[in-house]
Design a binder for this molecule. Sequence first.
Ligand SMILES: [Zn+2]
Length: 218
Amino acid sequence: MLSSWWDLAEWSFIHGNGPNKDLICSFCEHIGNYKVDYEYIKHKPNSKKELIYQVLMCNNCANVTMVLWSKPLHGHYPDAYDYRRVPWPINKFTPPEHWPDKIKSYWKQTHECLKNEHFDACIVMARSALQMAIRYAGCKGSNLWQEIELLGKSGKIPPLMIEWSHELRKSGNHSAHPSDDTVMANKKDANDIVYFLDFLLEYLFDLPKRIADFRNRI
Ligand SMILES: [Zn+2]
C-alpha cells in the first residue's frame, strides 16, 4: 500500500519502460496503441524521482486514458515501473502468460460468460477452472469435493478459501444440474464467484511466481 505518491514504483515487479506499450484500452481492448496527447513530468524537490502524467488517446477507438506513472529510484529493480490509470478495464481479457493453458482457457470462458451475462454458464466454467487449478496444485481425487479437501490438507490455501471453494463447487453443481424448481444464477452470484476464482488463482499461481522471481533476482 502506498503511503505517498512519491513511492509509486519503488517496490514494483512490473518490468518495462513505462506503461504505454502494455496498456490495454478499456474500451476496444487494443494493447499499447496510443498517441500521447499531453504529458507533464513533476520532479520531486531535491530528488531525481519523477511522476509522469500523461493523457493517452487510443489510435484504434479514439477514447482517452489518463495515466500517472513512475520508475523506481531506490527499488530492487531499476528496470521496473508502476502506474495508475483512469479509466481501468472493467472486464479482464488476457490471462497471465505463466498460468497453465487449460486454466487460461477456463478462466477466459468464465470471464467472457460474465461479460455477456450468461451467469449459469459463467459459474459452471468457474467450477471447471477451480477443479483444474486444484489438480495443477497437485491435489487429484475422484471428485471435486475430495480434491478441495485434499487442497485444504495440503496447507496451500487458508481454511476460509477452502470454504469458498466448496461454495463455488455447490453453485457449479446447481447450475450444471438444474431441476424444475431451479432458480437461475444472477449477476451478483456470478460476480462473487468470479471474484473468488481470481483471488484463488492469484494465490495458487501468481504469488508463488512472484516469490520465485524475487529469489532469482536477489
Ligand atoms: Zn481503444
